[in-house]
Design a protein around this ligand. Sequence first.
Ligand code: KG4
Ligand code: ZN
Length: 358
Amino acid sequence: MHILGIETSCDETAAAVVTGGTIIRSSVVASQIDLHRQYGGVFPEMASRQHVLSIAPVVQQAIEQSGLAPQELAGIAVTYGPGLAGSLVVGVNYAKGLAFGYDLPLIGVNHIEAHIYGNWLRPAAETEEVSTPVFPSLALIVSGGHTMLILVRGHGDYEVLGQTLDDAAGEAFDKVARLLGLSYPGGPAIQSVAEQGNPRVFSLPRAWLRGTYDFSFSGLKTAVLHVVEQYGVDPHQWKQGVAARNGVAAAAISATRLLPVADLAASFQEAVVDVLVQKTKLAAEEHQVQQVILGGGVAANRMLRTEMTQSLDCPVLVPPPVLCTDNGAPIAAVGYYRLQAGERSSWDLDVVANLALS
Ligand code: KG4
Ligand code: ZN
């Protein structure tokens, strides 16, 4: 059974064809990162306009590269939330038109659910066995918009154990990168600078929120701001991307004292990873899960992947980085399981910007 998955919830226009819910026949992603970099974050109206330009060629390429004719598809799955309404609407309407035109079922998919399913996919060219879903699993979804610990009891059977009370983990990476004069998106920029720094130099706070599985990263971000200010740096003066190449030297441009960007980035990254790993470990033990799975852009973080694998007693699944960030393949995978369960969406499917996981 071949499903086309379409994803436009944020700043990636993406489409993929997946067979049997696991094998990726094609996956095309048109990233808008270069467009949004000048604003230091996603500019919503520009994102939706760019989706309008990219959606047709991206979907066409995904179908062509799959080697299938549209009539051979069993259904069209599309993200309908959560995300930016103006971005979601482009994918949903395109999917509707295509499904209607080819007389195929339309399946609306929750973006968070798709991040979970990124763990159970493999490219067609790879012969390695794909990890199959094992329940109960614990999913840690960490992206630019979400930080969630989810108990996965079965396909479509979820309990949200905890989530962020303020900034998402990826959002914290992006905001702290701006404070340090690093480029957007902040996660990869902080990661590479941090690898040259010493995480013991700055003692940054961890919001443990004991007794809950909730998270909070805004205090950590403020603590980084205070350190930056103590060094006499005005974060508003940074030119995006300048410091990414050489943190310490670039910091000197506007600092009255040298700001050790690499050490601060390393200390920040360690504080985020520490909380994510410890909370996931506690929840995995309490709920005696069979496996822990990671998803979302922050799951591409090398330190998080290593620490999580080393600290937990159960198997930890981490998708390859290209499947951590937004793409169409996991949307198609969720669509496959939903269609198998006899579900399909009606033609009045609407976008839901703050869609909950259910
Ligand atoms: O899942 P995603 O592509 O989009 C959303 O649904 O938000 O996640 C994007 C987020 C950004 O905040 C980006 O800074 C972060 O993921 N990210 C990383 C890394 N790569 C991407 N954060 C930490 N380390 C990385 N290597
Ligand atoms: Zn995402």
